[in-house]
Write a protein that binds this ligand. Sequence first.
Ligand SMILES: [Zn+2]
Length: 403
Amino acid sequence: MRDTDLFQVALGVKPPWVVQKSEFDVTAKRLDIYLDFARGSRFVCPQCGTADCPAYDSEEKTWRHLNFFQHEAHLHARVPRVTCKSCGIKQVSVPWARPDSGFTLLFEALVMAMVQAMPVAVVARMIDEWDTRLWRIIHHYVERARDRADHSDVTSVAFDETASRRGHNYVSLFVDLVCRRVLFVAEGKDAGTVEAFAKELAAHGGNPKAIAEVCIDMSPAFISGIAQSLPNAQITCDKFHLVKLINEAVDAVRRSEQKSHAELKNSRYLWLKNPRNLSERQRTQLSNLSGSNLKTGRAYRIRLAFQELYAQPASNAALFLKKWYWWATHSRLPPMIEAARMVKRHWNGILRWFHSNIANGIMEAINSLVQAAKAKARGYRSLRNLKAIIYLIAGKLELALPT
Ligand SMILES: [Zn+2]
């Protein structure tokens, strides 16, 4: 078999395209394969699909292809423009590459597989390409897949913000709680992001009015955005955020009390963790401290009681929360009273959990993916790159890669 025949079969090139010649340069670690078409060949019009259009002129092009063993492989061809009776002069599409891409489809598929597993900068080094060229591939496939994404059955969402780079910028993530996928990444964390999400939903066959349940932290911006843009949504206050705020109140009590009680120094961790997550020694330490009639001990018991809310039967939840509120507001511990007032402001959202049973726990899983995505987008100031990587990793997109 001649090398041109071998490459013809291996590349899957079909008439009118033929492999004309190949050049292999061991020193340059490079294989160049030249494709051509026979004189007088006819092509399909790329715009209207009319067959048998004659070539008008042609342009030399090069595409990087999958490596030939350890050697870079490049395809070359003169790509014809055809004269179509209806459309005029058009450049034909070649079967091995997208228009205006300097890579073959198979090379792009390889890049897309690699960037899902490692940082783009690393992939760029490994395959010796400019990362800017790889980002163009990523944006192309992610955008096409996002165009096709179907949001018609979305009814239950969670949103949360995450700092994009060293806390300078924020992105808000909108997550489908049923399919556990990122639906939308918005820049910023204001009410406008909810409006942008509602528009995005509608653009993908979804209905903002069909969103029945939303789980968020206590962000006033999100709350007002929901009122404006997701009119039928019931808000559930995320229990992890609530417990975190109450924990912060406990720590505020401890910090002010440690001035007069040195034994409280360095005990922050003991009060923040749940008892079952402590070691034997820490548990003993905690029970000694909490038994000694400290304000911190009282604040801590108020926090534990708040968590017990979530173990109550739904029928008892409102009464339980009412009693808790009375206890916390009568604790004479200003940070706990402040926390209780915050609970009062979000009363319905807290009790909604007993109906919706949703929480932002999934956000933790998605956030760890996003942290990985940030590492993958490292070195790129562009939020566009970060968003593309988040969609790629956590969006459950159908990339429709060439095979
Ligand atoms: Zn045409």
